[in-house]
Write a protein that binds this ligand. Structure first.
Ligand code: NA7
Length: 535
């Protein structure tokens, strides 16, 4: 950590995760003076906060890593097919050290506000502890899933036991040995933490409100031959990944599932199930569009899930029925379902026995009282906009971003907002965001940003602002892309449905990362930033 004596910079970056770090690297290349402000006591963003047991990335490690430096690609050794949270954090630290990034990063420096000064066309950024800094360009690298939702669980304050949040796990190791534990939430985080806690705890209750689809991860130690081949052909692999719709090599099927005989589809599903990972839903381009194909894929996974559970009643509760596969975030697990065959694990289905409240020493459902020592909340995030609207960001005329976004996160190219000059968001609303391999998406956003800042620099550090009419067109475009998808018709955090009053359809660009990059590149190069006012 290094507190700066200077308070005036060309650029201030908020957040020191994957996005903030690469931004700093590129800003230095441009010769910009820059400062990164990070609220955590360590760098790493998501991978710093979500350090619960079992936390792991479900994009393969050789792909979920920076591509901008071949040296880093070659030097770093991933020990597993899917990297664990501690290993990703070590990797992030390795990159930061290698490029000497830390000297421009301030830790424990949460940002409270960012206010645009129209006369000077500069931003004033104020930290939680009241320090003020000033910059020409402000860049929010604040994360898509960085603000936990406070779950509505009556009596949470009355509970005398310990409460842990997956998204804010203590630094010191937690020992559940001999303890009775309840986990609330069965999304990606819950599905990862449950098997880990089950191995330690004396008794584990898993409180499930909506069952999700999860495919096996088959995590394993890195195969040396696979790694060698990958490293020998890294460039080609990266190029192939960039040509896909999600910056991820899933061997996407090209033939329509609708035109494929059911027996053949069954074989393909079987094949993909054996491979494991998120590639399952990429078997057919219409798997999440065509009702019959989606039902077939959903039923296939339902049968697989049921087949793993010894007790048929428990199996029936774990099988998702509320929605079709791909409508919500598909989960990847390493032994989640098998956990329910353990003697010490009980599934509490909140659809059968709704949660009434926490009690002093446990929880009460409509059916029974349960005694526990510890509660683990894996209850999700205020995604996409949460981190941005929690900062008091004010653009032209003092307009708060939160107010501008009261009906939805209006944006242009998923990177900028009309009325907020010289402000950029990385992995922001309106970008492909979590529908992709985020590290590569982040690089694409930052590369676009760096080119844009280079252009502005060559024009005497000009100001840039999205044209309102272009922003409106982009929003319409986002909505029309979304309307074609199953995500649009399913309630989940993808549509803001997990936060009251937030329902919306255009948090993400759903046309694929390849098309997204083509569109943002054209908006810069082909039209010479025509969608912006530059002065
Ligand atoms: P998710 O996917 O939003 O999951 C949150 C879970 O918590 C989900 O099962 C919710 O049930 C459940 N939940 C939330 N509030 C409650 C209450 N009050 N009572 C019972 N159950 C509740 O968050 P994750 O952290 O798992 O995953 C988010 C992303 O982070 C993930 O995709 C990765 O990309 C990283 P519901 O489904 O709403 O019925």
């Amino acid at each position: 950590d290094s507190r700066s004596e200077h308070t005036s910079f060309d650029a201030i970056v908020v957040g020191a995760g994957f996005a903030g770090l690469y931004t700093l690297y590129r800003l230095r290349e441009l010769g910009f003076s820059a400062r990164v402000l990070e609220r955590g006591s360590q760098i790493g963003g998501t991978w710093y906060w979500n350090r619960y047991p079992g936390a792991r990335c479900d994009v393969e490690s050789l792909q979920y890593s920076y591509s901008f430096s071949d040296e880093v690609q070659q030097e770093w050794h991933w020990t597993e097919r899917f990297a664990s949270q501690p290993e990703i954090l070590r990797y992030i630290d390795f990159v930061a050290e290698k490029f000497d990034l830390k000297r421009d990063i301030e830790l424990n420096a949460g940002v409270k506000s960012a206010v645009f000064d129209e006369t000077r066309e500069r931003w004033t950024v104020t930290t939680e502890d009241g320090r003020q800094m000033d910059c020409r360009y402000v860049i929010f690298a604040t994360g898509v899933l960085s603000v936990p939702v406070e779950p509505s669980i009556p009596g949470l304050d009355a509970f005398q036991g310990k409460v842990y949040r997956t998204s804010k796990w203590p630094e010191a190791a937690v020992d559940f040995a001999g303890r009775r534990v309840a986990v609330v939430g069965t999304g990606s985080s819950g599905i990862q933490v449950v098997p880990a806690v089950a191995q330690q705890a004396e008794r584990l209750f898993v409180l499930q409100r909506t069952p999700n689809y999860s495919v096996p991860g088959y995590n394993a130690p890195m195969d040396p031959d696979f790694e060698r081949d990958w490293k020998a052909n890294y460039r080609e692999h990266r190029q192939q990944a960039a040509a896909t719709r999600n910056n991820n090599l899933f061997r996407p099927g090209t033939a329509a599932g609708r035109d494929t005989p059911p027996e053949e589809r069954e074989r393909e599903f079987e094949e993909r199930w054996k491979t494991g990972g998120l590639g399952f839903t990429y078997a057919y381009p219409d798997l999440t569009l065509d009702e019959e194909v989606n039902r077939h894929a959903s039923d296939f996974v339902r049968r697989k899930i049921a087949g793993k559970i010894n007790d048929p009643e428990v199996a029936a509760r774990l099988v998702p029925t509320e929605y079709g596969i791909g409508g919500r975030r598909l989960c990847v697990d390493n032994g989640y379902y098998e956990t329910f065959n353990r003697e010490n694990v009980t599934l509490v289905d909140l659809r059968e026995q709704p949660l009434v409240s926490m009690t002093e020493h446990g929880f009460r459902t409509q059916a029974a009282d349960y005694a526990i020592d510890d509660l683990v909340l894996a209850t999700g995030f205020d995604a996409f906009t949460g981190a941005l609207v929690r900062i008091d960001i004010r653009g032209r005329g003092g307009l708060p971003l939160k107010q501008k976004w009261s009906d939805g996160p209006a944006n242009y190219l998923g990177l900028t907002v009309a009325g907020f000059p010289n402000m950029f968001m990385l992995a922001g609303p309106g970008s492909p965001s979590v529908l992709s391999n985020m590290v590569i998406s982040i690089e694409q956003h930052v590369d676009w940003l760096a080119a844009c800042l280079g252009y502005l620099k060559s024009r005497d550090n000009a100001s840039i602002e999205a044209r309102p009419e272009e922003e409106a067109k982009w929003v319409d475009h986002l909505i029309s892309l979304a309307q074609k998808t199953l995500i649009f018709r399913t309630k989940s955090w993808y549509t803001g449905a997990n936060v009251s009053g937030k329902d919306n359809s255009y948090f993400m660009y759903m046309g694929g990362t390849n098309n997204y990059v083509r569109e943002i590149t054209a908006a810069a190069d082909a039209s010479d930033y025509g969608g912006f006012i530059i002065k």
